[in-house]
Design a protein around this ligand. Structure first.
Ligand code: PLP
Length: 376
């Protein structure tokens, strides 16, 4: 199988799996237990917390709350920040459902919620952003879009937002950015930042929310008071420690992986566009890890299944919304419905090879050409 759906999940690193297994077998104690084996696990957990904050570029006084994944961390960022009668809540229109649907839910409850338009390149429209953030108490803009790879200039948006209102809380969903492009939360200026383990070759079911010093969140899960009382429940210590191992490895190799994946993207596109008509939805400025493109006259699902028959796994968009036929993000970029219906997403990891991406491009090209011929 050639796996080109790395934005949906990734293969776990051997080192992370080894850590997970070792912790599960030899160090499985509850981090809240009062005996030494328990407090030793707690120490390791806090060491992993400190290391992840460092890898994100945060300060030692900042915090990081472990969760069951980015979906929970995103929910915590929004629901933990808002208060009764707080001001406007502003979201980019490209947010992952783990933010977008939280925002819609709050809108249905009567909160003042606004969505910022996208440009044709899939990033936040700065003029619309400037207008909509007036009176905002909370803003969430994703760093890298999971469907197109579009990269928002978070540093610039934070500066604009904090100039308008220095107390506004700025959250960014960094799931498709952390470990893949350079991330430094201090430099970006964000208050809250979401990450997920399984997108960076860690285990599934683990994520975290970076919380800048001074940001007071409301608890999201009540119980035994773990994770500073914000997210109760026995910590997934084995997963968290494996997450830390994966994060350390991917951040250390971020630059080299970026060059390798950039080359893979070029090789893929070179083969795909050679004597074949495709519409590329992702711009050159997008993250090299993700490409969205369309083969007109062939439905996305057909492309996906024809590729799968030849051993190539790709996606028709976000795994979380793959059952939906409309595409909110591509529509907001002004892409026409026919192109949207034929749009698929290919996403790489450093495990992919030139041979794999060239084979995949050939498979898509040949199967679609045959299909279009039959249609005529
Ligand atoms: N945010 C983004 C940008 C994502 O791509 C995803 C996963 O597709 C999520 C959030 C949800 O992550 P998790 O699977 O860890 O809940």
């Amino acid at each position: 199988m050639i796996f080109l759906d790395n934005a949906s999940t990734t293969k776990i690193y051997d080192e992370a799996l080894k850590e997970y297994n070792e912790q599960s077998v030899n160090n499985f104690y509850n981090a809240s237990a009062l005996y030494k084996s328990g407090s030793d696990v707690l120490k390791q957990l806090n060491k992993a917390r400190a290391n992840l904050i460092k890898l994100l570029g945060g300060s030692t006084i900042d915090n990081l709350i472990f969760t069951s994944g980015a979906t929970e961390a995103n929910n915590m960022a929004v629901n933990g920040s808002i208060r009764k009668n707080c001001g406007k809540l502003v979201f980019s229109y490209a947010e992952h459902p783990a933010i977008f649907n939280v925002a819609k839910n709050l809108q249905n409850q009567g909160y003042n919620v606004e969505f910022v338009d996208l440009t044709k390149d899939g990033v936040v429209d700065e003029e619309d952003f400037k207008q909509k953030i007036k009176g905002a108490s909370f803003i969430s803009v994703m760093h890298v879009c999971n469907e197109t790879g579009a990269v928002n200039d978070i540093k610039r948006l934070v500066r604009i937002a904090k100039t308008e209102n220095k107390d506004v809380i700025f959250h960014s969903d960094g799931v498709q950015a952390f470990g893949k492009i350079a991330v430094n939360v201090k430099d970006l200026g964000v208050d809250l930042y979401t990450i997920s383990a399984h997108k960076i070759h860690g285990p599934k079911g683990v994520g975290a929310l970076y919380v800048k010093k001074g940001i007071n969140l409301k608890p999201s899960v009540f119980g035994g008071g773990q994770e500073f009382g914000l997210r109760s429940g026995t910590e997934n210590t084995c997963g968290i420690l494996a997450f830390n191992v994966a994060a350390q490895k991917i951040v250390e190799n971020q630059k080299i992986n970026f060059s390798c994946v950039t080359k893979l993207k070029e090789e893929f596109l070179h083969e795909l566009t050679n004597n074949f008509d495709v519409i590329i939805n992702s711009t050159n400025a997008c993250s090299p890890y993700i490409i969205s493109f369309a083969v007109l006259k062939v439905k996305a699902e057909t492309i996906l299944h024809m590729a799968e028959e030849q051993g190539v796994l790709i996606s028709n968009g976000s795994a979380c919304s793959s059952k939906h036929t409309d595409n909110r993000i591509l529509s907001a970029m002004g892409i026409d419905p026919n192109t949207i219906a034929s749009s698929v997403r290919v996403s790489f990891s450093e495990f992919n090879t030139t041979n794999e991406v060239v084979t995949a491009a050939k498979v898509i090209k040949e199967t679609c050409t045959r299909y279009i011929k039959i249609l005529k």
